[in-house]
Design a binder for this molecule. Structure first.
Ligand code: GRF
Length: 203
């Protein structure tokens, strides 16, 4: 890999930002050669923006209107502009609840990753921990993968398994999956930094 270090990471999120926090903590304790250059959100009052501001990281709301489930039109263009402004090398989706469209995917080809709360290709889409419970699988987990135009279909970087317990509720299972996410996401980014992931490229 031909990246400058520390690696410049932009985070996109719509929610509470606990994965963002885990990545930030790992950077701060010195075990990830990276820095977060910005956090962008499609939700004006998302806690991820608040977390970033408390850390002194640029945090921008991008109005996604008129689209409900995708980042398209003016919002997509504005996002590309912000990511270029902050010179992001890697785009990390951390609970970002919109599909990315072709202009953004092309602008950062091979440089966008996501974390999904299931062992893909099982249970793509929303509330995967509920899907896992309903199906009755005995093992689920989380997956860090590259983002392509599909729904949770990109090349897999890393997975962590989580046993499903008889007494699990959606809440307890999701909480245990999230514990593994906080390990998996920094580990996957480290694989990219160390050049241990074949699909990774930096232009
Ligand atoms: C995580 O469970 C992740 O797998 C999914 O969205 C959730 C984000 O949580 N894509 P948080 O905002 O990082 O706390």
């Amino acid at each position: 890999m031909n990246a400058k270090f520390p690696l410049s990471i932009a985070v996109l999120g719509s929610g509470k930002g606990s994965n963002f926090q885990a990545i930030t903590d790992t950077i701060q304790n010195g075990s990830l050669n990276a820095r977060i250059v910005c956090v962008l959100s499609d939700v004006a009052d998302a806690f991820i923006l608040e977390r970033a501001r408390r850390l002194g990281i640029p945090a921008d709301y991008i109005d996604p209107a008129p689209y409900k489930t995708k980042l398209d039109g003016a919002a997509e263009l504005k996002t590309i502009k912000r990511l270029r402004h902050y010179r992001a090398d890697l785009i990390v989706l951390a609970g970002f609840m919109r599909m990315l469209k072709s202009r953004l995917l092309a602008a950062f080809s091979g440089r966008i990753i996501n974390i999904h709360p299931a062992l893909l290709p099982a249970f793509p889409g929303l509330e995967s921990w509920k899907q896992a419970l309903t199906y009755g699988v005995k093992i689920t987990g989380c997956t860090v993968h590259f983002v392509d135009a599909g729904m949770d279909t990109g090349a897999i970087i890393l997975q962590k398994a989580v046993p499903v317990l008889d007494q699990d509720t959606p809440e307890t299972l999701h909480a245990r999956i999230q514990e593994q996410e906080y390990i998996a996401y920094p580990e996957a980014i480290r694989l990219l930094i160390d050049g241990q992931c074949g699909a990774w490229k930096k232009s």
